[in-house]
Design a protein around this ligand. Sequence first.
Ligand SMILES: Nc1nc2c(c(=O)[nH]1)N[C@H]1C(S)=C(S)[C@@H](COP(=O)(O)O)O[C@H]1N2
Ligand SMILES: [Mo]
Length: 197
Amino acid sequence: MAVISRGFTGRRREPGPDLPPGQFLTRDFPVLSAGPTPEVDTADWQFSIRTDDATLHTWSWDEMMALPIETVDTDIHCVTRWSKLGTTWRGVSLDTLFADVETTDEFVMAHSYGGYTTNLPLEDLLDGKAWLAFEFDGEPLEPEHGGPVRLLVPHLYFWKSAKWIRGLEMQQQDEPGFWEQNGYHTYGDPWREERYS
Ligand SMILES: Nc1nc2c(c(=O)[nH]1)N[C@H]1C(S)=C(S)[C@@H](COP(=O)(O)O)O[C@H]1N2
Ligand SMILES: [Mo]
């Protein structure tokens, strides 16, 4: 007799080379938010990159949608130890958004609607490593998962992928964001288990 239990059927992948150390596989999509889900209408949505000289590069929803859109197939890893393999997103590469941005700063603070922040080195956002994502699994990104638009930086722990992204602020120095001030690692490489500082 076949025993079928959701999450443990034939397609389940065992921990293997594609699972970072200390991670477990999940097939659902947990929601982790430090506060309430902000209501962000695409009509009011704006994304901006602010450089050191206070130059502001700003995109409306329509302006972002007119940029080249990429499909991203990737694994995601949460510091609370769940990983999800083979997720599919659509969004705009940060390379596209930074194409006309001139800066000598090497660090970035990501700011979200609702006040969340997280810090990253600029190089971790460039060269095909990060996106502004607005679709998950062929559907508009749900508000609880960061819709209308979230940052997607899948090579780092998922707390770096700021939901409800509002803008990026260039910084000379690496300053800690919300979770980084509360004990999380400043960088957060899942393959090195950079969970806490
Ligand atoms: N704005 C914002 N972004 C956020 C968070 C948050 O609380 N607020 N939580 C982070 C954490 S800790 C994780 S694990 C992921 C969770 O994304 P999910 O809820 O879509 O699974 O979002 C990250 N981005
Ligand atoms: Mo997290």
